[in-house]
Design a protein around this ligand. Structure first.
Ligand SMILES: C=CC1=C(C)c2cc3[nH]c(cc4nc(cc5[nH]c(cc1n2)c(C)c5CCC(=O)O)C(CCC(=O)O)=C4C)c(C)c3C=C
Ligand SMILES: [Fe+2]
Ligand SMILES: [Fe+2]
Length: 368
């Protein structure tokens, strides 16, 4: 077993703190080859697909990748912007805004973003933080609701990276914030802003990404956390139980996933004579393929072609000011105890000490 070479240790240098906003990841381009590369990495993760590896290898390589890559690439092409994949564009902007906002609040932290699959790859970002002298790292997953398939997979990737490092930084992980007041308030604000413009629907559908139903029976709290978010948001909006519902989208494969499924539910509502539905996806903090294509395009089509009169998609929180502030609040809660607000007197002393150490290190290097 060998460990990666560490940068030279410098006595007295001020330990830096970083916050890493981690999202799922997205292909580099809306092309079959780029989507295939992305899906291969994503769907090879045992946290995502819990089928015995040997069997899954054949299904993935002989069926899924050859057939799905082209289909998904066409869907990606329909939502790709001049700046790139919406998921990446929003995540990058959120990290920049959070960095600025925490700075304004007096925190000496560096906020960067990384992707679990694709680019910027989490291990590359962690290597850069090491090179920059970050000794404390807080991970903020882009998922408000914890799921073994997403959040835990980020944790796995971080743990796995540090099994090869000698000098492991202090690490903290935010598990979830599905019921955090500031997150719920940001959602409420976005719904009300929408309703101020176009009035209220007959029903608000809260659509979350699905997971296999089996994960619920095996103890994954994801389903309960989605329902709690929905309940809290409905309470904030003063909705009665018949004015909203929770559905699950993006089913993959033949097994049963969490129910009710979004698309058939919307068709059923339209057939029953529901005139207008609004759909919000509170589990996605950035618009992406699953919201812009699957909901705003496909689900709209499903609802309208089944006889619905009006369909509104309420966009994700993206760069909304209330959401950036919510992220800052959630982050600050988990930074407690880490000296990110350094008093000026101490900062000067630490910098002097670091300077002396650097000079010493340089002299030692020159002597050898
Ligand atoms: C195969 C099983 C999948 C599980 C389990 C799963 C869980 C899950 N995913 C998200 C968030 C996102 N998923 C996105 C895309 C996406 N998801 C799956 C499969 C599973 N997801 C696939 C195959 C894809 C790729 C697109 C496709 O071919 O359909 C995205 C969008 C990424 C983008 O580039 O825009 C997000 C975000 C959550 C939150 C979740 C479990 C809670
Ligand atoms: Fe997914
Ligand atoms: Fe999808």
């Amino acid at each position: 077993m060998s460990f990666r070479t560490e940068p030279p240790y410098i006595h007295g240098s001020t330990p830096k703190t970083a916050v890493v906003l981690v999202n799922l990841g997205t292909p580099d381009a809306p092309t079959t080859s780029a989507v295939r590369r992305y899906l291969k990495q994503f769907l090879s993760d045992p946290r995502v697909v819990e089928i015995p590896r040997a069997i899954w290898w054949f299904i993935l390589h002989l069926i899924i990748l050859p057939f799905r890559s082209g289909q998904s690439a066409r869907k990606y092409a329909s939502i790709w912007s001049n700046e790139g994949s919406p998921l990446k564009v929003h995540t990058e902007k959120q990290a920049k805004l959070l960095n600025g906002y925490l700075g304004e609040r007096g925190h000496k932290v560096k906020v960067v973003y990384a992707m679990r699959y694709g680019q910027p790859a989490l291990p590359d970002v962690l290597r850069q933080l090491k090179a920059d002298g970050c000794e404390r790292i807080l991970f903020l997953p882009a998922y408000p609701q914890y799921s073994g398939t997403t959040t835990a997979s980020i944790f796995d990737a971080v743990f796995s990276h540090y099994t090869q490092e000698r000098n492991v930084p202090e690490l903290r992980f935010i598990k979830h914030y599905h019921d955090h007041d500031a997150y719920i308030r940001a959602l409420r604000k976005s719904v009300l802003a929408h309703w101020d413009m176009v009035g209220r629907p007959d029903k608000l559908v809260m659509s979350f990404h699905g997971v296999p139903k089996r994960t619920l029976t095996l103890g994954d709290p994801y389903h309960c956390e989605c329902h709690k978010t929905a309940r809290l948001l409905a309470k904030e909006l003063e909705l009665t139980p018949d004015q909203y519902m929770v559905t699950f989208q993006s089913r993959f494969g033949k097994a049963e996933w969490l129910q009710p499924y979004t698309a058939p539910t919307l068709q059923k509502l339209a057939k029953e004579g529901m005139g207008r539905v609004d759909v919000i996806c509170p589990g996605f903090t950035s618009d992406c393929l699953e919201t812009l294509e699957e909901i705003a395009m496909e689900a709209r089509h499903d609802f309208m072609s089944a006889g619905g009169k009006d369909f509104n998609y309420i966009g994700c929180l993206n760069e909304d000011d209330a959401w950036i502030k919510a992220m800052a609040e959630i982050t600050e809660l988990h930074l407690i105890g880490w000296p990110t607000i350094v008093p000026p007197s101490l900062r000067e002393e630490q910098e002097q000490q670091a300077h002396i150490s650097r000079e010493e290190a340089r002299r030692l290097g020159a002597d050898q």
